[in-house]
Design a binder for this molecule. Structure first.
Ligand code: MN
Length: 201
């Protein structure tokens, strides 16, 4: 099965006012759509054309040399955006509870400290990329990746990621990436993140 863009589990305008409807429409349909089309084109006719995306992103060095860069960028883009849409929802935000809240407190000091560190990772990513909360095998960590790289290529499990490419925020926030990151917290679905944490622990 070639990759396809998953439908958004909410309307384009559902994350207003934090993320505007036009940004969501272009981001999902055009940007994610292009990653899927380009990944499928790169993998067509290879022995990897039916391989799950997670396996591809943890096997990049095994791909044909001329496929590695386009697959890294575009299959990575497909995987990252699929995680991103699922991590948000209307009327979400707030704080995690239970085991995830305990682990965040133990790892980062407090939820506010965690938020500050993830924001710093996003603000500090020069150019385009992502900031992530990951499970690194022993516990929680915050990392940042350039372009469409994903922590699974480094052996980590992504629990929550935020897109800091300009296409994710420029229509509403222009150059104010920190303001976008502050608003984005209001969209985070902590139940989804907690489920990923439970599966990774
Ligand atoms: Mn994006």
């Amino acid at each position: 099965m070639a990759f396809s863009v998953p439908g958004l589990p909410y309307d384009f305008g559902a994350l207003e006012p934090h993320i505007d409807a036009l940004t969501m429409e272009i981001h999902h349909d055009k940007h994610h759509g292009a990653y899927v089309a380009n990944a499928n084109a790169a993998l067509a006719g290879t022995e990897w054309s039916e391989t799950p995306v997670e396996e591809i992103l943890t096997s990049l060095s095994a791909l044909p040399a001329d496929k590695q860069a386009p697959v890294r960028n575009n299959a990575g883009g497909h995987y990252n955006h699929s995680l991103f849409w699922e991590s948000m929802g209307p009327g979400k935000g707030g704080e995690p509870t239970g085991a995830l809240a305990d682990a965040i407190g133990a790892s980062f000091g407090s939820f506010a400290d965690f938020q500050a560190q993830l924001k710093a990772a996003g603000v500090g990513r020069f150019g385009s990329g992502w900031a992530w909360l990951v499970h690194n095998g022993s516990g929680l960590a915050i990392v940042s990746t350039p372009n469409q790289d994903n922590p699974i290529s480094d052996g980590h499990t992504p629990l929550l990621g935020v897109d800091v490419w300009e296409h994710a925020y420029y229509l509403k926030y222009q150059n104010r990436r920190p303001d976008y990151l502050d608003a984005w917290w209001n969209t985070v679905d902590w139940d989804v993140v907690a489920a990923r944490f439970a599966a990774a622990s």
